[in-house]
Design a protein around this ligand. Structure first.
Ligand SMILES: NC(=O)c1ccc[n+]([C@@H]2O[C@H](COP(=O)([O-])OP(=O)(O)OC[C@H]3O[C@@H](n4cnc5c(N)ncnc54)[C@H](O)[C@@H]3O)[C@@H](O)[C@H]2O)c1
Length: 351
């Protein structure tokens, strides 16, 4: 999709990770100058292979917990796309201190550096985990439940800081609550791998994917290209247009606009469609068995449900559509096929 955002200088924090590196490639292709700040804790240099070939790309190896690194990285930038964080609910349960330091402490430093540098807007990765135990489906942005993990708390606190920076300092912020993002460069290895890369790599090795529960739990899986679209649309829209679109949205849902004309919204980024884990495994088998027919015969290993797992997740994307024109262009099925091609090539190359 051709984007209007061009000729801008932008900072992508966490740019060596899955989402950040894909975003960087698109921003560079659209004619922007991109700075990446990453400490490579989970990110990889190989994710930046394409970016490193561009003269419009600058890599800063540094840490968002270090204010000087943030200040250096954001100097002269028009927009910040903040992706750096320690992801994974289980990781945050195993080590809540580090997740809190990075996800909250680091974010506040990015925000303050962005404010000092006079950037136009900070677009940051929030999370669907903020919905916690709220029972409603689909999830709408203004109805959240109790947080179910330290990770979820960090992402919710980030929203509060972003709103506060907008009110106190006039820094425009938009939080994107991503729902189960997947696609190329998502790490299939390690204890904290996400479900799609983990299942894909297990199927390629012809070992049984392990499902906690009976496989009927469902998620709103979101292909990476849709996430990139949401990020860039949030930067492209003018303050006046965004204000007008939000006025219309709140009028339609008959809710007061919580922050008046201050720009500090959160938007769901998802497909607006549900896929359960059994369907997911079937789709992955289908996508991978064109490379190796024996994959279609791999059986699933069912185990007990994991305590704290939310049974279903499904987003309303009405607000992101109304506010910034977000319109997911890749369906889950199409995305899974693309991801299968990528994982087959990557994992076969490594083996
Ligand atoms: N992948 C998903 O499904 C999903 C869902 C909801 C929210 N998110 C959020 O989206 C963002 C990107 O996620 P991802 O899946 O690309 O994860 P990722 O782990 O691939 O990328 C995160 C990047 O941040 C970097 N990073 C971590 N700590 C840092 C620090 N202290 N200083 C500088 N860089 C640091 C890592 O090295 C990595 O490159 C994260 O904020 C995550 O919480 C992701």
């Amino acid at each position: 999709m051709p984007y209007k955002l061009t000729g801008q200088k932008v900072l992508v924090t966490g740019g060596a990770g899955f989402i950040g590196s894909n975003l960087i490639d698109t921003l560079l292709e659209s004619g922007n100058q991109v700075v990446c700040l990453d400490n490579f804790s989970t990110g990889k240099l190989e994710n930046l292979d394409q970016a490193m070939r561009s003269e419009h790309f600058t890599l800063i190896k540094g840490d968002i917990r270090n204010f000087e690194d943030c200040a250096e990285a954001v100097e002269g930038c028009d927009y910040v796309f903040h992706q750096a964080a320690l992801g994974s609910v289980p990781r945050s349960i195993a080590d809540p201190m580090t997740s809190t330091d990075v996800n909250i402490g680091g974010f506040v430093k990015v925000l303050f550096a962005a404010k000092q540098a006079g950037v136009k807007r900070v677009i940051y990765a929030a999370s669907s985990s903020t919905y916690g135990d709220h029972p409603d489906l689909p999830k709408v942005e203004h109805k959240i439940g109790k947080s179910l993990s330290p990770y979820a708390i960090t992402k919710y606190v980030d929203e509060l800081f972003a709103q506060n920076f907008a009110m106190v300092y006039g820094l425009e912020t938009i939080g994107l609550r991503y729902f189960n993002v997947f696609g190329s460069r998502q790490d299939p290895n390690g204890a904290y791998a996400a479900v799609i890369p983990k299942f894909a790599s297990q199927l390629i090795e012809k070992s049984s994917p392990k499902i906690n529960g009976d496989g009927t739990f469902s998620r709103d899986f979101t292909y990476i290209d849709n996430v990139i679209q949401a990020n860039i649309k949030c930067a492209e829209i003018s303050t006046a247009d965004l204000t007008e679109q939000l006025d219309q949205y709140y009028a339609e849902i008959k809710e007061p606009k919580p922050f008046g004309d201050t720009i500090c919204e959160v938007l769901n980024v998802a497909c607006g469609d549900r896929t359960n884990l059994n369907q997911l495994v079937d789709a992955l088998k289908q996508g991978l068995s064109k490379y190796d027919a024996a994959i279609s015969a791999v059986e699933v290993d069912y185990g007990p449900e994991r305590p704290g797992d939310v049974p279903h997740s499904l987003a309303s994307i009405a607000k992101s559509n109304k506010a910034v024109g977000y319109d997911p262009s890749i369906t889950v099925e199409e995305g899974i096929l693309k991801a299968c091609d990528w994982y087959w090539e990557k994992l076969k190359k490594e083996s």
